[in-house]
Each structure stands twice: as C-alpha cells, then as structure tokens.
Design a protein around this ligand. Sequence first.
Ligand SMILES: NC(=O)c1ccc[n+]([C@@H]2O[C@H](COP(=O)([O-])OP(=O)(O)OC[C@H]3O[C@@H](n4cnc5c(N)ncnc54)[C@H](OP(=O)(O)O)[C@@H]3O)[C@@H](O)[C@H]2O)c1
Length: 307
Amino acid sequence: MATVLITGGTGLIGRPLTAALLEKGYEVIILTRDPARYTMHTTRLSYAAWDPAAGVIDIAAITKADHIIHLAGAGVADKRWSKKRKREIVESRVKSGELLVKALKETSNKVQSVISSSAIGWYGPDSKEQNAGFTEEAPPAADFLGQTCKQWEASIEPVTQLGKRLVKLRVGIVLGKEGGALKEFLKPLRFGIASILGSGRQVISWIQLEDMVRLYITAIEKDNMNGVYNAVTPSPVTNKQLIMALARKKRGRLYIPVYVPSFILKIILGEMSIEVLKSTSVSCNKLSKSGFIFQYPTITAAFNDIK
Ligand SMILES: NC(=O)c1ccc[n+]([C@@H]2O[C@H](COP(=O)([O-])OP(=O)(O)OC[C@H]3O[C@@H](n4cnc5c(N)ncnc54)[C@H](OP(=O)(O)O)[C@@H]3O)[C@@H](O)[C@H]2O)c1
C-alpha cells in the first residue's frame, strides 16, 4: 500500500487523518518538529523530523513517500496577532512549502501527488457584488489572511513543474469537538451561556472534521482532482445559527443567549477580531461537481455526535 507523508500531522486534522489512513491500509510518516514527543511507532506509522525555520528535513521520509499531505503551519487563532506572531503564521507556511519543493527537487523520489492546505481566509468579506459564495477564481483579499494564503499557495505551486499533481484545499472553519473553533464555542456552554459574537449575523463557511479527513484522502485517491477546491459544506450558517444549534444540542432549553459586543471582541482579540466578525460565504460547487459527497452537509448533522 502507498505511503503518505503528512506535515503537521500531529494537529486537529492530522490526528484523525492519520487514523483514517492507517485504517485504510496506508503507511503514514508524520513530519514533525518534535519527533521525540511521539512514541507510538508501529510497522505502518512512523515520525520523522523537520525544521522548516532552519531549512532541515529528513530526506529518507521524502524518498519513501507516494503522496504528501501538507498541513503544517502555526495556529492562526492560537495567539493574538502581534507583529512577531503574524510573521510566524506566514513563515511557518511559506518556509515549509519552499522546503518541500526544494527536497522534492534535490532528491530522487516517487511522490505522485501533493495535497496542500490553504484557507478560505484567501477571500475577503462578502460584498454587495459577491453574495452567492466566493468561487475558486476570486482573487486573494488584500488583508493579512488573504495575503498569507496567497504566499502559502505560491510556495508549494512549483511542485507542478516537478510533475506532481497538486491539489490545494481552501479549508473553511473545521468543526470537530477535539479542538479548533468548536472547542472554543463549547466552553461558555458549560456554564449555560450561548455566546453570540457581535451581531451574530456574520456568515461562517464550515466543514465537519470527518468530512475534512475524507476529503484529504479523496484528493489523494482521485487522480482527476487538480488545482484549488473550496473545502466547505453547501450550507454556511450565521454565527447565531451555529451557536444556537450547538446550545440546543448541548443544553436542550437550559441556556441563556448572550451577545458579546464587537468592541469587547476587538479589545480581547485585537486585529484577529476582524476574522470572527466578518461574513465569508464560500461556494462548494466545484467540490460537489467533482463527486464529493458530504456526510455532514448541515449544521444539525455536524452536531449529531455532540452530547
Ligand atoms: N482547523 C481549522 O479550522 C482550519 C481552517 C482553515 C485552514 N486550516 C489549515 O489546515 C492546516 C491543518 O489544520 P489543523 O487545524 O490540523 O492545524 P493545527 O492543529 O494547528 O496543527 C498544525 C500542525 O502544524 C505544526 N506547526 C505548528 N506551528 C508550526 C510552525 N511554526 N512551523 C512548522 N510547523 C508548525 C504542528 O505540528 P508539529 O508541532 O508536530 O510540528 C501542528 O500540529 C493548517 O495549516 C491550518 O491553517 C485549518
């Protein structure tokens, strides 16, 4: 069976993706900055070291791989966006992309496809002209995330000149209770509070974690997938719809909706507040036309397993 090399395979998407690939019989190598932390090596799962900031990568891992899934990057919402943090967010993606390209160029290898993450941060906020959902042809936004995604995608693009099939997934907000946005949305509900952010009318384009995992595997397996795809469901929701659906699922009728004013979010989050307050409606038409079927197409379905 083929070997899949996953960069940043230790994170929210990488962990269930690794489990799903192993379940399907693939061999998996995880490229991590800290392989000593992971001792769960088996005959089909191993960890290899790299340090994108220093330009160091375990070449043996590259030579063994048939496919590469590129997930690595400093968490966009993990810390306040100081100048230093913004540089880290960009460089962790650009330097890692460039390092993969360099390794593939300089090492004899059998890699057929590279599936790279990107994000719907590529697109700016919805506008009057654009309200039917951004499609893949839309230009990048001029803001921080738009320009980060532009550089991120450009850094991995040269693999196509090396004859590799490249799929870039512009990932929406991933909903999985193990981490990311959903874990944050769940926190106040422990105290019976459904916190609606700002007006709550801002549109969130999202994808359930299991669908996200299946999509990365589909992108490996379907040779006719090529180029950019928006990785979002057909049913974006407003922040209020999402929070209320979650509150009903988690607490029945025992919750109090509380609006967190925009100015408070601006104080707490700084520049990052723009992202939680902005509407981004993104189209999944190209993905659906490719034949991908969502198992969790609606927000109610996505919250099925929440207890
Ligand atoms: N989750 C979402 O809602 C979402 C939405 C849109 C796009 N995405 C993108 O999809 C990718 C995977 O998402 P995820 O949620 O699984 O991310 P995650 O949980 O933050 O994991 C990403 C992995 O990247 C590695 N990493 C962190 N900082 C790094 C740095 N400075 N340099 C190099 N590697 C670094 C880490 O692996 P090691 O510590 O083992 O090296 C980490 O486990 C990310 O690039 C993310 O931006 C995610």
